[in-house]
Design a protein around this ligand. Structure first.
Ligand code: PHE
Length: 467
């Protein structure tokens, strides 16, 4: 504990004392971890998947997935990281007792983070562009045909797409360069409260519109007829993406946790708050969508095509539209820094580089690979990898293959290799916390239940069978 006290007294930086930067305060840890979970997933994926899959019934499936996969895997990753205090590859290397190359699981995770960043930065770039477009009144049309034409024109301009993405990567890199406590922790501690206030403002605007009650009913009244095996798999996949698990991000963040942090408690708080923020986004979106007679199930285009038209329909709509895109961008920042951090720490520790250089190399790599995603709707529209444009290829490769593979191997490693004794020692803080039965329950889920569920998601993603 001495390390934390020294920092709090401000005499030396944590890096000087323990040779590695880490989060300083307990609240900061929750904010940073929550910052990773909250992202475009809350404002974009969660609402559109809820919209296309039967509203509240889907939310229920999602909650079950979070309990049976999300929280157990998150706790495991955080515990592994904190025990080894290293990047995702070295964590697995340090903790594996035999010659089996378990570090590959960490490597797959880091690769997933890199690949997700390739397209995530592009979507974040579009959101940034939308902030300025909406400020200039350029999206103020109630006709989804017009707003979707505006979106098409944005994504088909190669130079604009590249520039927005580059600006986004630059911003994220600047936060990363400042380090774990001064960069990530500081930024997320400030951004999450701002995000909440803005989201609440839009949600209140939305529910006070005449005719909004249908939207609330849509979110709260389950329609079980929409549930199919495919819906269940979508909910499980969303739990992975939402909670940033299966890709080394939580291992990396865990390696910065304080020794006295309650890991299962943190995971519960983060998953719960993340769900509240996703629901709040739903409340900000659906009542307004219904109030003006738009379709809730527009799919991925809900954010960029439907939402501007919805805002354009309401009084003070332009103001709320600007606020909405600002908050969406803010939400994306915490997720992006966590994805980038997983890669930067690895590069830094593997090649013994200074943080600045690790960050620059990662940023340039992301910009280069990401540029193929940025150009997927223009210059590279005919450039297909396994039949997909780069943007879709990165999405499918990471969500359908790498994340479930990483998640599955991780469950096996924790449940069957690292084992119960090590696991319990880590998550109970060597017995200092009184969470023994909860920790035991989590362990059995990780050992027996989660791997089976993740395997089903994986086999479905691999096309072994399709629902
Ligand atoms: N959880 C983030 C979101 O919902 C996305 C993310 C995925 C972040 C994986 C980090 C790692 O947008």
């Amino acid at each position: 504990m001495a390390e934390e006290e020294i920092v709090l007294k401000g005499t030396k930086s944590i890096k000087e004392v323990v040779g590695r930067d880490q989060f300083v305060s307990k609240l900061g840890i929750i904010m940073a971890t929550l910052g990773s979970a909250v992202g475009l997933g809350n404002i974009w994926k969660f609402p559109y998947q809820t919209g296309s899959n039967g509203g509240a019934a889907f939310i229920l499936l999602y909650i079950i997935s979070v309990l049976l996969i999300g929280i157990p895997v998150m706790v495991s990753e955080l515990a592994l990281g904190r025990t080894a205090r290293a990047n995702a590859v070295d964590t697995l290397k340090k903790l594996s007792p035999n010659k089996i190359p378990w570090w590959l699981v960490g490597a797959i995770g880091i690769l997933s983070s890199f690949i997700i960043m390739a397209y995530y930065t592009e979507v974040a770039g579009w959101v940034m562009a939308y902030i300025f477009k909406s400020m200039g009144g350029g999206l103020l049309s109630t006709d989804p045909g017009v707003t979707s034409a505006a979106f098409t024109s944005l994504i088909t301009q190669p130079v604009a797409s590249l520039i927005w993405q580059a600006v986004d990567i630059l911003l994220v890199t600047v936060i990363i360069v400042f380090g774990v406590s001064k960069g990530i922790e500081n930024a997320t501690k400030r951004l999450i409260p701002i995000l909440l206030v803005l989201l609440l403002a839009v949600a209140i605007r939305s529910v006070t519109l005449p005719g909004s009650s249908q939207g609330i009913a849509f979110l709260l009244k389950p329609d079980f007829s929409k549930i199919t095996a495919a819906t269940i798999l979508t909910a499980m996949g969303l739990a992975f993406f939402k909670l940033s698990i299966g890709m080394g991000v939580m291992i990396t963040y865990g390696s910065y946790f304080r020794k006295d942090q309650d890991i299962p408690g943190t995971a519960l708080q983060v998953a719960g708050s993340d769900l509240v923020i996703a629901l709040l986004a739903g409340v900000a979106i659906f009542p307004a969508v219904f109030a003006y007679g738009f379709k809730p199930d527009a799919g991925a285009s809900l954010l960029f095509n439907t939402i501007p038209a919805v805002f354009a329909s309401m009084p003070l709509g332009n103001l709320f539209m600007v606020v909405f895109f600002i908050l969406t961008y803010i939400a994306s920042i915490g997720a992006q820094i966590s994805l980038m951090e997983a890669v930067v720490t690895y590069i830094e520790e593997q090649f013994k580089l200074r943080r600045l250089w690790g960050s620059i190399i990662t940023a340039v790599g992301m910009a280069l690979v990401g540029s193929t995603a940025a150009l997927s709707n223009s210059t590279l529209a005919n450039f297909k990898i396994l039949g997909l444009v780069p943007f879709d290829f990165f999405d499918v490769l990471s969500s359908n293959y790498l994340l479930p593979i990483g998640g599955f191997c991780l469950c096996i490693f924790v449940g069957w290799v690292w084992g119960k004794k090590n696991y319990l020692a880590a998550v109970t803080n060597e017995g200092a916390l009184s969470n023994a039965w909860f920790s035991q329950a989590l362990f059995y889920i990780i050992k027996f239940i989660a791997p089976v569920l993740v395997l089903v998601v994986l086999l479905n993603g691999l096309g072994v069978f399709h629902f």
